[in-house]
Ligand binder design. Sequence first.
Ligand code: IMP
Ligand code: MG
Length: 176
Amino acid sequence: MRSDIEQVLLTEEQIAVRVRELGKEISRDYAGKDLVLVGILRGAVVFLADLYRQISIPAGMDFVAISSYGKEALSSGVVRILKDLDEVVESRHVLLVEDIVDSGLTLQYLMDNVASLRVCTLLDKPSRRQVPVELDYVGFQVPDEFLVGYGLDYSQRYRNLPYIAVLKRDIYGGHS
Ligand code: IMP
Ligand code: MG
């Protein structure tokens, strides 16, 4: 294990099993519907790529990018769309794909600005919620730790770890 990782929280194997389950569930729920997965850049890319291949019905994919002006700005609800959808999603069924839901502010912003949709997040950190958001598919509930790997970053690093791990506190200064 790397020296900057405190502890592995979810192994590559555990993630793969859960992503397969989520893919099956989503395929059943959206059978016969025109589904498009919308990933939130950049954290959701790794999860979406795996989830997409576990979905057995026809489905499109698109991405949105959102600015996060640091945590202070985020908690004041200042979230800005940097990249909008390329696909036309009117009359389609949109499934937002997120790596982790923390305060819920990012999701709340998107839900207010996009038409009817559901949400699939790999990780849910419910203890940190600042606004109520409804999650339709959750891979794992996780504790209030700063997590990296499988798309999750700290300063744009660690996204390529195949597992999800708790970062050592002295690396990020002890606040998430
Ligand atoms: P929210 O708007 O507070 O729900 O923030 C969600 C976003 O914050 C996620 O999409 C991640 O990009 C980031 N985030 C929240 N918790 C963590 C974490 O533990 N590790 C890495 N990124 C995180
Ligand atoms: Mg994100």
